[in-house]
Design a protein around this ligand. Structure first.
Ligand code: BG6
Length: 495
């Protein structure tokens, strides 16, 4: 490939994200020939490591977490020589001096076109400090070749998101800022653009005339595990809805872009957020439901309730489940509800988007022949099953006219019989290529915050008296069923 020499500086080089996602992703990109000919990965952190010791740690991480299993010795031997470690204590800016020396040394060695990517895989309260230190030590001045990648959460609310955007904009141009939402790197999520805009079949139906309602459901079986400390200050609304689910909604709801250009696509997406109807304080109880899990049994093992997890307040008011009904006030979607739900410790781990079409205008078949009648549905399954199902009515074979719903299925595994890259592989490669299409622009992040703020405020100001209100391994609180049942629908799951 013709990528310019690249230096990756990973803040949080000894952290969980690097261990599970970034290091394995960079290694897989390397083994598949996507890394530039000249590259370095500099891990930074407070701990002191020699390069050799750090490489051993990374080797262990990759062996444990790479989708391709254990590393191959000959590949690893060449890959590891590109890994360096540089102890950097963010709270002691002076330690940036040795980082600067290392980066500049490599830049000299690799030549003028070397690009430097600073990846902030650290707790969000360190984002401003790091950005300021990078600026102070003049590590960000080459606009064309220097980028910063920022993990979520991007801000804690609208105000802090705006502050962070403002601070970054003083140091970087928007072209240099890569705000990650890893859902956008998922293969199936990327395919939504292809599905909608590379086929002529769906676009004429993709509107309020033919669609009845839309569901976006991202459910997880796992609890908060050892992330209680972070999650307690976040909750499901901040952790999932503000970013991942609203990004999925944008992909479903956006108008057709005129090109596959990063800004064109991001313009179309932000327009969706801007057209979404803010939920009025008096409507929150009917449009938004929160939940918190209590203890229960998962696969024969007893699991603790949220309030007994490490780092969580015994009396916590943090929601581990959220379901919201949104509307988009524009011509395409007027009056069509979008139901979003997400939660931890639910009955199934699955991310699916369901588009339910309106019923046929007139039924010609008898009630007896249509006992299992179902309106057409398009189910886009993001994970773990990667598929698109179009559910249609068909005649059951036999001498009688009996109808039942059947699935027309496109399934990745069956069709392509190949492994799909991890989201982080796609996103890291895009960052090296300078392609911002799958990253969030500042105005998108702010618009998403703006939308969730009324709910966040209402929930934070009024403690939930019903918490905990759903047991582990269930489908969440009963109110979530009621939210959608009031409109005559129910939540869909994959069989
Ligand atoms: C992260 C959230 O952004 O996404 C986690 O912080 C969540 O709480 C995770 O578990 C889900 O991602 P995925 O890729 O496993 O669906």
């Amino acid at each position: 490939n013709n990528l310019h020499p690249t230096i990756f500086v990973i803040f949080g080089g000894t952290g969980d994200l690097n261990k599970r996602k970034l290091a394995p992703a960079l290694y897989n990109l390397y083994t598949e020939g996507y890394m530039p000919e000249k590259f370095s990965i500099i891990g930074t952190g407070r701990t002191t490591f020699t390069n050799e010791k750090y490489r051993d740690v990374i080797l262990e991480n990759i062996n444990e977490f790479s989708r391709n299993g254990k590393v191959k010795k000959e590949k690893w031997d060449t890959f590891e020589s590109n890994i360096l470690y540089c102890a950097t204590d963010i709270t002691t800016p002076k330690t940036f001096e040795s980082l600067k020396a290392t980066v500049e040394g490599l830049q000299k060695e690799y030549g003028k076109e070397t690009q430097v990517i600073y990846y902030l895989a650290v707790a969000p309260n360190f984002f401003p400090l790091i950005a300021e230190c990078l600026c102070k030590y003049k590590l960000t001045e080459d606009e064309d070749n220097c980028r910063i990648v920022i993990e979520k959460p991007f801000g804690h609310d609208l105000e802090s998101s705006k502050e962070l955007n403002l601070l970054l904009s003083k140091i970087f141009t928007e072209k240099q800022i890569y705000r990650i939402d890893h859902y956008l790197g998922k293969e199936t999520v990327q395919n939504m653009m292809a599905f909608r805009f590379a086929n002529s079949l769906f676009e004429p139906l993709w509107n309020r005339t033919y669609i009845e309602h839309i569901q976006i459901s991202v459910t997880e079986q796992l609890g908060v595990g050892d992330r209680g400390g972070y999650y307690e200050g976040a909750g499901a609304l901040r952790d999932m809805i503000q970013n991942h689910l609203l990004q999925l909604l944008c992909l479903v709801g956006m108008e057709a872009p005129i090109s596959f250009d990063a800004d064109e696509i991001r313009n179309r997406k932000v327009e969706v957020l801007q057209a979404m109807r803010p939920i009025k304080p008096e409507d929150i109880s009917t449009h938004a439901v929160r939940g918190q899990y209590t203890k229960g049994w998962v696969e024969g093992k007893e699991v603790p309730g949220y309030r007994s997890e490490k780092g969580v307040d015994k009396d916590s008011n943090t929601e581990t489940f959220a379901a919201i009904k949104f509307f988009i006030d524009n011509w395409r979607w007027q009056g069509i509800p979008f139901y979003l739900r997400t939660g931890k410790r639910l009955n199934q781990t699955s991310s699916i988007i369901t588009i339910q079409f309106k019923d046929v205008p007139h039924h010609i078949f008898s009630a007896r022949s249509t006992e299992t009648w179902q309106q057409n549905r398009l189910i886009i399954s993001i994970q773990p099953e990667m598929s698109i199902r179009l559910q249609v009515q068909a005649k059951r074979p036999g001498l009688k006219m009996v109808l039942n719903p059947v699935d027309m299925v496109f399934d990745y595994k069956g069709t392509y019989n190949t492994d799909t890259p991890e989201a982080y592989e796609t996103l890291l490669l895009d960052a090296m290529n300078g392609d911002q299409t799958l990253f969030m622009r500042g105005d998108q992040v702010d618009a998403a915050w703006e939308l969730v703020m009324p709910i966040l405020n209402a929930w934070e100001n009024k403690k939930s008296l019903s918490f905990p209100n759903y047991s582990a391994d269930s489908w969440g609180p009963e109110d979530a069923e009621a939210l959608i049942a009031r409109d005559g629908f129910h939540w869909f799951t994959l069989p």
